[in-house]
Design a protein around this ligand. Structure first.
Ligand code: ADP
Ligand code: MG
Length: 240
């Protein structure tokens, strides 16, 4: 689904990504872990061109993203992203937060967009919040709505950048439950997270990044039990 070859990203004089090579298969759940500042967010943001790669290639579903004539809007329709800060539109009701992109970007009719939004709300158990404003929701509810809003575009891939890091601890579980369900339904997902339990249980593969490189990647059971690289061992000894 996604092929990344020799991806680098430089901000000013600082090379933040130093040559990332990896690929993500359809239906795969890849969990990205690593210390703060290791380039995890920059990597995700390059995948959907929120950042322009400095060099290297990304091919998404057969389409080169790093070419001049990439249609960024089409790409973003097919790649949903969920951030640490939920970024809901504060002045829009929940239902309108979810329907706005399909209506504006895909020309979905109001009735269709609402029907899809209600199905998504039902799936995350928040159909009773359709007419609420974001300020009336808890953090966990906001993040579940942010996931539903991304899903409303019917993306082929979902990218998550520390989706539970801004939540009070008691709300982390409800968001991880939605993500776990999505994985179970076969969604292709790239998830940056510090939730090692989630990585172990839901991840097909864990990628450990440090210093702008992928230091090690493996199935969770083997990466957590027998990390090969000293830096992976050191990181895991601090977080597990
Ligand atoms: P992580 O998500 O792993 O914490 P980031 O990808 O956010 O790491 O950041 C990696 C490095 O790149 C950090 O040193 C950060 O300061 C730097 N960086 C990220 N975004 C920018 C930017 N827009 N301009 C300059 N430096 C940046
Ligand atoms: Mg980050």
């Amino acid at each position: 689904m996604i092929n990344v070859m020799g991806l680098t990203k430089t901000f000013g004089k600082t090379q933040v990504l130093k040559g990332i090579d990896t690929s993500i298969a359809k239906g795969e759940v890849v969990v990205v872990i690593g210390p703060s500042g290791s380039g995890k967010s920059t990597f995700l943001r390059c995948l959907n061109l929120l950042e322009t790669p400095t060099s290297g290639e990304i091919v998404f579903d057969g389409l080169p993203l790093t070419g001049k004539k990439t249609d960024i809007n089409k790409l973003r329709e097919r790649m949903g992203m969920v951030f640490q800060q939920f970024n809901l539109f504060p002045h829009l009701r929940v239902i309108d937060n979810i329907t706005i992109a399909p209506k504006k970007l895909k020309g979905t009719t109001d009735a269709e967009a609402r029907a899809l939004a209600m199905r998504l709300l039902e799936r995350i158990g928040l159909q009773h919040k359709a007419d609420a404003y974001p300020s009336q929701l808890s953090g966990g509810q906001k993040q579940r709505i942010a996931i539903a809003r991304a899903l409303a575009m019917q993306p082929a891939v979902m990218l998550f950048d520390e989706p539970t890091s801004a939540l009070d601890p008691e709300m982390v579980g409800e968001v991880l439950d939605v993500m776990r369900e999505l994985a179970r339904e076969g969604m292709t997902m790239v998830v940056v997270t510090h939730e090692m339990g989630f990585a172990r249980e839901v991840g097909d593969r864990v990628v450990f990044m440090d210093g702008g490189r992928i230091v090690e990647e493996a199935e969770p059971a083997s990466l957590f039990a027998t990390p090969q690289h000293p830096r992976t061992k050191e990181f895991l000894s601090k977080v597990l």
